[in-house]
Design a protein around this ligand. Sequence first.
Ligand code: SAH
Length: 221
Amino acid sequence: VWGNQMTDTFEAKGKRKKLVAELKQKGIADEEVLRAIDNVPRHMFMDPAFLIHAYVDKAFPITSGQTISQPYTVAVQTSLLKVKRRDKILEIGTGSGYQAAVLAAMGAKVYTIERFRELFIKAQRTLTSLGYSADFFYGDGYEGKPQYGPFDGIVITAATPAVPESLLQQLKTGGRLVVPLGSSDNQVMTVVERTGPDSFEYSQHGNFVFVPLLKGTVNGK
Ligand code: SAH
């Protein structure tokens, strides 16, 4: 259906336009976010087994038992970050690299951390071949990347019961951290805005389900 997974086609472009229309209908209003989703070929981030579903608004399995986030979820998290061009954004949970590519397409300076070595390598390869630039790190996202901070935005793309304190400390004043907070089977999308050196404001933005944020790294073979 798609020919080579690493080429974009009229068919894929058409499906992306439909996906963008669907996201608008579901309430995504940020034009920059919609434009980025229109531009990034999600099929290039999919496991080949699920290729034909690339423009279905659902999460799908990738390697290492992880998932590529649902486009709607990526759109919500990205909208909540309020990304401006050249903002420094830290992502915890690179996964397929799709969210990182959407941020890069919006002109953000992206730093992304993944605890599975295999995914770290694969995502880096995918973004490079698409011409998007981002800084990739293999490691435990709980620690963040203090040497590259502070950040305008931090997005955690895995579920956690509590925001890691070290990440809050890597936010600029005025910066926003977006995280699905809750139990393993249901989380509330939460924005933590740093309003001063010691003040943080929380707001809630609906229910989601993510794979868990876990400590340590997995080297595979
Ligand atoms: N943003 C991804 C979604 C990936 S799913 C995408 O667009 O495809 C969440 C990812 O977070 C998984 O790949 C998982 O391995 C990773 N993860 C979980 N805990 C982590 C941690 N402590 N540090 C870094 N990555 C982590």
